[in-house]
Design a protein around this ligand. Structure first.
Ligand code: AMP
Ligand code: ZN
Length: 196
């Protein structure tokens, strides 16, 4: 295995390890953007987010959440950035999925902000729609949601709260908060019947 992080995990390359449990490990970044810059990763090799099983990704995130306030306190910092680079275009250099924790101070003058600007007229609506369309077209998502609906609405019986939650999840009633819960329920049941 040529992966540098796997070599660190196996002890083949030295690191400044600060934490490890059964599934995850954390060590200091060798080229820190600030004191205490830490990498958190699964011990098993997964190249990126999409290749990482949910359970493992959740454990890694949970380790990061546990460590972040501790590292922040130890560094006498005021806050932290928690981030992940996925794919070359996003700056991923090491192909073993990992989270970064970077302690921050109010006065540290680090510039990691992105050049953000507002959407143009109507642009956000179009973008929102193309993402929702992709979600709908994504067979796997559709199957997953159908499964959830089946579990939550046997024989089409579903609580108002659950109907609303599922509808939002699938963008069925996007932003139409005025829509009656009954209408939502009908749509959910249609989903259940495969009519969407
Ligand atoms: P990324 O750009 O998200 O893939 O980040 C990879 C990170 O790994 C960078 O911040 C590097 O500084 C760090 N890094 C590379 N080699 C090592 C190493 N041997 N030990 C610790 N951190 C490393
Ligand atoms: Zn690896």
């Amino acid at each position: 295995m040529s992966c540098i992080f796997c070599k660190i995990i196996n002890g083949g390359i030295p690191s400044h390890k600060i934490y490890e449990d059964e599934d995850t490990i954390a060590f200091l970044d060798a080229y820190p953007a600030g004191a205490g810059h830490t990498l958190i990763l699964p011990k098993a090799h997964y190249a990126d987010v999409m290749n990482t099983p949910d359970a493992i990704f959740n454990k890694t995130m949970s380790t990061a959440k546990k460590l972040a306030p501790v590292i922040t306190k130890a560094m006498d910092a005021d806050g932290f950035n928690l981030f992940l680079n996925n794919g070359r275009a996003a700056g991923q250099v090491v192909d073993h999925v990992h989270l970064h924790i970077l302690p921050r101070n109010t006065q540290d003058n680090l510039k990691i902000g992105l050049p953000q600007k507002p959407y143009g007229q109507g642009e956000a609506e179009k973008i929102k729609q193309s993402i929702i369309n992709c979600l709908r077209e994504n067979h796997l998502d559709r199957e997953k949601i159908k499964e959830q609906i089946k579990q939550n609405a046997p024989q089409g019986k579903i609580s108002c709260a659950k109907a609303f939650e599922l509808a939002q999840l699938y963008g069925i009633s996007h932003a139409r908060m005025g829509e009656s819960l009954n209408q939502l329920k009908i749509k959910i049941v249609k989903c259940q019947l495969g009519c969407f």
